[in-house]
Design a protein around this ligand. Structure first.
Ligand code: 5GP
Ligand code: MN
Ligand code: MN
Length: 329
């Protein structure tokens, strides 16, 4: 099985073999948490040459600055060019790895841990479980199979990943097994209230003001077909400058917008450059937004997906409306 192949691929590495852990661009709690938790697990197994990396500048958003294992991180340019083993976390496609794809290709062997239904199954050993609530669930399973005991530091990383990807155990796929894993993690002594506060409920006052501006311009639209509504808003670079905020604060906006009861689909357009947008989508169930995202060049899950696009705001909103109309017919 793929599990046996993954275990064998790790076990046949010498303890000083070059191991490179990679995750998707703009890493979220699941990408960073599963990668660093697994990395700490490898250290615990005795591996001495473990690096972790993600594409783009080495910037850790404030909510993740307390994560254990951050010292495994290296800048993209310092990542081992020809690793013996690459393990990839939470990347729905190779496109999400930016310039790190070449490490995957040049690796002695690569294992891909993920939970996106849209993942095509890349890498030598894909361990993709669309039924897993987070990539950290897959990572915990592999650590178990490797006989690595989950200590408090590993547990904190995996817990952050679990909490962020399940919306604090609210979303679909929050199964009994997820709660059982959470119970094991909490039993190591971690403090859920401290972690939630640090990761989910702590942001600069300027971000609150920015949320006010962005939410006040939200629009509610009946869908052209299908009878379900769309709620959407947008955040611009100008908003960030006006409130002196970093782009990562925009990631939490979708959580507020998706609360509109009248809409089945919620969407936030986050400006990345003059005519470039990163788009977050959520569904309450009637629509499979991962299909919509895939059609627009992105990916994700049935109820949470995203993509990148170019054009004026009017253009990109219209392109989404058209795709939603198509998907409903
Ligand atoms: P979020 O809206 O929280 O950024 O992302 C929701 C889900 O959609 C995540 O599972 C994420 O992996 C996926 N996603 C977000 N943006 C993109 C993108 O640009 N490309 C792909 N393939 N998936 C994305
Ligand atoms: Mn992710
Ligand atoms: Mn994930």
């Amino acid at each position: 099985s793929a599990w046996a192949a993954a275990v064998a691929a790790v076990e046949r590495q010498a303890l000083d073999a070059k191991v490179l852990l990679i995750c998707h661009v703009n890493p979220d709690g699941d990408a960073l948490g599963s990668m660093l938790g697994f990395g700490l697990g490898l250290l615990r197994r005795g591996h001495t040459n473990v690096q972790a990396v993600f594409p783009g500048p080495l910037f850790i958003a404030e909510p993740f600055q307390g994560l254990p294992g951050l010292d495994l991180l290296v800048a993209e340019g310092d990542a081992c060019p020809e690793p013996d083993l690459v393990v990839c976390f939470d990347a729905a496609s190779q496109a999400r790895l930016g310039g790190l794809v070449d490490r995957l290709e040049r690796a002695g062997v690569s294992i891909v841990l993920d939970h996106h239904a849209s993942n095509p199954g890349f890498g030598d050993i894909p361990l993709v479980d669309p039924a897993a609530a987070a990539t950290s669930v897959v990572a915990a399973q592999l650590l178990d199979r490797l006989g690595v005991e989950l200590d408090a530091a590993i547990a904190e990383c995996l817990y952050v990943a679990l909490v962020t990807d399940t919306g604090s155990f609210r979303f679909a796929l929050t199964t009994p097994a997820v709660h059982e894993l959470a119970a094991r993690l909490v039993a190591t002594g971690l403090r859920p209230e401290e972690i939630s506060q640090r990761v989910l409920d702590s942001r600069p006052f300027g971000a609150i003001k920015l949320f006010g501006d962005v939410l006040s311009r939200a629009e509610l639209e009946p869908a052209a077909a299908g009878g379900v509504g769309l709620v959407w808003t947008f955040a611009t670079l100008e908003d960030l400058i006006r409130h002196k905020q970093e782009p990562y604060v925009m990631e939490a906006l979708i959580e507020a917008v998706r609360g509109a009861a009248e809409a089945d689909v919620a969407c936030v357009f986050k400006q990345v450059a003059e005519r470039e947008w990163s788009v977050s989508m959520r569904s309450k169930g009637a629509r499979d937004v991962s299909r919509v995202a895939v059609s627009l060049g992105g990916g994700g899950h049935r109820l949470a997906a995203g993509y990148s696009c170019a054009g004026t705001l009017a253009d990109v909103v219209e392109a989404l409306r058209a795709e939603l109309t198509l998907a409903s017919s």
